[in-house]
Design a binder for this molecule. Structure first.
Ligand code: MN
Length: 271
């Protein structure tokens, strides 16, 4: 497993659960100092950070780019893959596609979280899931062409009414034409939705391609009541090799949250 910390560069979502904010270079320097293996980026668009600048910084600090978030497409532009308007769905696919190409430069997959949207008023859930499948099939094909996976994230019920649990997520991605989509196990969402975090991880097994590392209250691991020992044991049992990425509130501040995160990571995964 590999440690990772989130950096958000979108001022409009300043209240969100990201450890570092605003200054890419300073944040990467801090992440490297603490010994993180990688960073996960949340940017406003695919060209918000020039790829050559990011490559130079990654090289300078010895950090990998673990994944790139696509949520700005919804937050800034109101796009989702399940909007009833086909023009908006098409723009959502284009936005994610651009972000995926940016990430693929670094071997980093794109994450589809809030861009999945919802079955909105007047739309059957079955229809929304069909639109989501259509979008993921198109994007999964492009991911395959670019040599990266595409990460799909089940969210808790307050953020989507489509897919809230890993088990439903596994059935859904197995129903797709593309084999390029993997699941994101976000421990915060799972804490709300799963009967047992460890059992869900064991069942989803090799379908898990990314982990969001946050405690029950979205604070850094160790600052809530998630039974992290059981979760870590389950991830080792399924031989998870991916990133353990801190998508948690910068509580009480970014530096302390980052330190808490790497300390917890080492406690549970370094052995
Ligand atoms: Mn997440």
């Amino acid at each position: 497993m590999k440690s990772c910390v989130t950096i958000a560069l979108v001022p409009e979502i300043k209240t969100g659960p990201w450890i570092y904010w605003n200054d890419l270079e300073a944040s990467m320097a801090k992440a490297a100092d603490l010994g993180f293996d990688a960073v996960e980026l949340f940017t406003a668009s695919a060209d918000a950070v020039p790829a050559d600048r990011l490559a130079a910084l990654a090289d300078q600090f010895g950090l990998k780019i673990a994944a790139v978030g696509t949520g700005a497409g919804k937050v800034l532009h109101g796009l989702t893959l399940t909007d009833p308007d086909p023009a908006i769905r098409s723009k959502a696919v284009a936005f994610i596609s651009d972000m995926m190409a940016f990430g693929a430069t670094f071997g980093a997959p794109a994450i589809i979280g809030s861009m999945q949207g919802n079955a909105v008023s007047g739309i059957e859930k079955k229809q929304a899931l069909a639109w989501l499948a259509e979008g993921l099939n198109t994007l999964g094909k492009r991911a395959e062409d670019q040599g990266v996976k595409l990460i799909y994230e089940p969210l808790n019920r307050y953020e989507t009414n489509l897919i809230n649990q890993l088990e439903t997520g596994v059935s859904f991605i197995n129903s797709l034409e593309t084999r390029s989509v993997v699941l994101l196990a976000d421990l915060f969402h799972m804490n709300i939705e799963e009967t047992s975090l460890a059992e869900s991880i064991r069942s989803a097994g090799s379908h898990i391609g990314h982990v969001h590392f946050a405690d029950s209250n979205r604070r850094p691991i160790g600052r809530g009541h998630t039974a992290m020992n059981d979760v870590a044991t389950a991830l080792k049992e399924i031989d998870y090799q991916g990133y353990i990425s801190a998508e948690a509130f910068p509580w009480p501040d970014s530096d302390q949250a980052a330190t808490q995160t790497i300390t917890s990571y080492r406690q549970y995964f370094s052995s």
